[in-house]
Unconditional design. Structure first.
Length: 301
């Protein structure tokens, strides 16, 4: 269910029943793009059932699903259409369109082409832990996360969030773990990492499926290259790549966890297992990074 994590801390002052969340989400349901609409986004039932609830609760954990759709309009196709219109003006009036007229022609061309354009859909799991005050988004793209957060803040009264902040930066912690070859309690270092120079060279060294307890890795760090990604495993249950931005990438549950689902599976089982593991993993990761920072979270207007 979750492949990447961007984690937010919800303002401690925010509290609302699930019914209020459902009402708020109903204001912005997902609707497919109209004929001349470039992009559309909103909420869909996480169970995948038509006309189902937009906010589901499983074991006290709230699960939402954000859907977006965009029209695929290649720049080369659009430019060709604009040129056709410009050529027609030149042929009819004996002059070339100016810059402003060219911009107008581009808008016209886009409206002409959008009804025929293919659409691309993408979705994102959104998890709210109302007790731990955590918002977790299943994405590795900060821009997409910002879009979802903005929609939630605008829809929910008093809802304020801030990106998870820790006393020790992920980059500093990863550098320390690689130098000492001592992972924090409950964690182990795997066989993938990326190191990047902080100077203008921006030199990058990548290790994949390679032991990291070697002198070469230490030398790179001592000479100024800092880790931007590091593969780790938590409690033999969750494998992941920690990024210097504190994002979690390539998240995967080990067989120890997946075997709990048995042959039944299904939405409720998947949610219970995923949120159950991550609800323990996230606090341990925060502890490994020196505890949580002191970022103040303001409530939305």
């Amino acid at each position: 269910m979750f492949k990447n994590l961007i984690i937010y801390r919800i303002a401690s002052s925010w509290s609302a029943p699930l019914e209020h969340l459902e009402e708020a989400l109903q204001k912005t349901p997902f609707m497919p793009c109209g004929a001349t609409q470039e992009k559309s986004a909103g909420w869909v039932p996480p169970r995948g059932e038509a006309h189902g609830l937009l906010a589901e609760s499983v074991g006290g954990q709230w699960i939402l699903r954000f859907m977006s759709e965009s029209k695929m309009l290649p720049a080369s196709v659009l430019n060709r259409k604009v040129q056709e219109k410009a050529d027609a003006i030149e042929k009819e009036f004996g002059r070339k369109p100016g810059k402003k007229e060219k911009r107008d022609l581009k808008d016209e061309a886009k409206l002409d082409l959008l009804p025929m354009a293919f659409t691309k859909q993408s979705s994102m799991w959104v998890w709210i832990d109302p007790q731990a005050k955590l918002l977790v988004l299943d994405t590795g793209a900060q821009g997409k996360a910002d879009e979802v957060v903005t929609l939630l803040v605008e829809s929910l009264k008093g809802f304020g969030v801030a990106l998870l902040d820790t006393q020790t930066s992920a980059q500093a912690a990863m550098a320390h773990w690689l130098l000492t070859q001592e992972a924090p309690a409950g964690f182990s270092i795997d066989r993938e990492c990326e190191l990047k120079a902080a100077d203008e060279s921006k030199a990058v060294v990548k290790y994949g499926r390679h032991p990291l307890d070697i002198a070469e890795v230490k030398e790179h760090i001592e000479h100024g290259k800092l880790p931007t990604k590091l593969a780790m495993t938590w409690d033999d249950r969750v494998s992941f790549v920690l990024a210097d931005s504190l994002q979690i990438k390539k998240l995967a549950f080990t067989d120890v966890v997946l075997d709990q689902a048995g042959d039944e599976g299904g939405f409720d089982t998947d949610v219970a297992i995923a949120t159950g593991e991550l609800a323990n993993f996230i606090p341990d990761l925060i502890d490994a990074l020196g505890g949580e920072g002191l970022t103040e979270i303001g409530a939305s207007a």
